[in-house]
Design a protein around this ligand. Structure first.
Ligand code: GLP
Length: 262
């Protein structure tokens, strides 16, 4: 796993450049989108690149990682709403190209299976964006999730409900369910780009990068991924034992890279 430790503004600039490079290399790429506070500055920067530098999402297809069960697509607490407001409306990403699990469906388990099939039919994810839960979840794959899981319904943990309490629709507090891409689904993405910032994520980051591969820290599955990159700020890097090594390795590896991402 490539670990990039930078000040917050710089890490978002670099992460957005990497997303932009993937889109420019393959305009009709499949982007895996994430939601949450961590993604806000990234989507701000992508919207800026669209406005200021003509980065076009017109041929992109997007698949959101997850969605709360029982929440309609127009509701402000839904992830579809988040993606629409934060990215789609601010770029030329076509509304019909944005896929989100149909978590309002009568049969969420069937909707989850249909979503997995839709993703497969689209050729799979080229670049998957990921945030990190405080309990090291990715998507809504809570600790204990099968490392081979596909898109399915998961029960949200107390920690996740607490972390996401702001603006959480009442139905989610009651039903505690979401449809999420599975860990196996995420692992199939050609590239995974994970971002974590702030001291609350330091334990999850350490478990992801330096802990054992375990369902107890679902993001540790990224250790199996051949092309995973993690962007973190100093507070999120605080519990890493090999912090200095990552800084050194990154400065050397950047010298090898082409001029697009500095
Ligand atoms: C949420 C989402 C994840 C997100 C994570 C972190 O529950 N399902 O996809 O990455 O938790 O959220 P935040 O960025 O707000 O810390």
């Amino acid at each position: 796993m490539r670990v990039v430790i930078e000040a917050e503004a710089e890490l978002y600039r670099l992460a957005a450049l990497r997303v932009a490079a993937a889109i420019r290399a393959k305009p009709a790429c499949v982007l895996g989108l994430a939601t949450g506070r961590t993604m806000l500055p990234l989507y701000d920067e992508l919207a800026r690149l669209h406005r200021a530098e003509g980065l076009s999402f017109a041929a992109v297809t997007a698949f959101n990682l997850d969605e709360y069960v029982g929440v309609g697509p127009e509701e402000p607490g839904s992830f579809r709403h988040f993606v629409r407001e934060r990215l789609q409306r601010r770029t030329d990403l076509r509304p019909e190209a944005v896929h989100v699990p149909d978590a309002g469906a009568n049969d969420p388990a069937a909707a989850a299976r249909a979503y997995e099939a839709e993703l497969r039919a689209a050729g799979g994810v080229d670049l998957q964006l990921l945030g990190l839960g405080v309990n090291a979840h990715i998507g809504f794959n809570e600790p204990g999730s099968s490392l081979a899981s596909r898109t399915r319904v998961k029960t949200l943990s107390d920690e996740t409900l607490a972390a996401n309490r702001e603006g959480l629709p009442a139905v989610v507090r009651e039903r505690r369910l979401a449809i999420t891409m599975g860990l196996g689904t995420i692992l199939d993405a050609r590239t995974c780009l994970c971002i974590a910032t702030g001291p609350a994520k330091a334990g999850a980051v350490a478990a992801t990068v330096e802990g054992p591969l375990t369902a107890s820290a679902p993001a540790s599955i990224l250790q199996l991924h051949p092309d995973a990159i993690l962007y973190i700020d100093d507070p999120a890097a605080a519990a890493l034992l090999r912090r200095r090594y990552y800084l050194d390795a990154e400065s050397r590896e950047r010298l090898l890279e082409d001029g697009d991402v500095r």
